[in-house]
Design a protein around this ligand. Sequence first.
Ligand SMILES: [Zn+2]
Length: 319
Amino acid sequence: MLTTLVRAGIVLLAFSTSTLAEPMKVTLLGTGVPTPRPTSFSASTLVEAGSEKLLFDLGRGSTMQLYKLKIPLGAITANFITHLHSDLVGLPDMWLTGWLATPWASRKGPMKLYGPKGTVATTENLTKAFADDIRIRIDDEHLDPVGITFAAKDIEAGTVYDSNGVKVTAIEVNHGEKIKPSFGYVVEYGGHKVVLSGDTKYDERIAKAAEGADLLIHEVAVIEPELLVKNPVYKDIQAHHTSPEEAGRIFATARPKLAVYSHIVFGTVKPAPDIPEEPLILRTRATYKGPLLVGRDMMSFRIGDMVEAFAPDGTNLAP
Ligand SMILES: [Zn+2]
């Protein structure tokens, strides 16, 4: 809001700092894991800040969610991946489909992609894998070859992106010894801060990075004890992730304005159609009493003077 003060004939224009930048908007495109579950696509988060549209992780279904939001795939200004597990299986879709010369795609320049060591090699191998499609579409549909190139970078912890007032910092997290490095990300714009944990075990570096954050999006795993006995693979899976009690400790230390779960790993003995919210919240409440939401695909957040949350149907949620 612009306030005009007239004092002794001098006109002063006063801005409140928070109005200098428009609110950030965050949308959970996918809140799940590689399980092909139609109600929770694998993790992908869209952060809109000023003129930037940043995508964090490229889970299966991220192209479809952007289509629903009427955001052309080509409008994404930069993409970030947290680690090289197959959670990023939506990458070839975003890359190839985003290149098509249609109103809902039309990427004009190289696809900007930041991620841990191995990211550049992944893009080189994808380019080899889809060489025939690329050749055919350039020849047949006269697509601009620039749009199917990557501007990819293997990153280290620290500032990895700074553009149009939006700064992205990578923080190393602990997703286990065999998948290193794995990153979380801090996005800052207009005095606001959004933190994404990426895939990680309990890691205090996230709590530190998220101190004073407006929004902390954290992964979590909740697996029924009986299932851990029945199928030992779930033990390995659980060992790479954060329990609700541990996530609660991170939230309690960081004290974000709002904590949200996304990338929700769950395992139940009887197949469950959807994320069992109640045990997740109950277990988190053992260590954290503050504002908390269990993320759902297409849940969104507006971050201005306050943090507002919206259900997938647009209704305002009071966390
Ligand atoms: Zn992972």
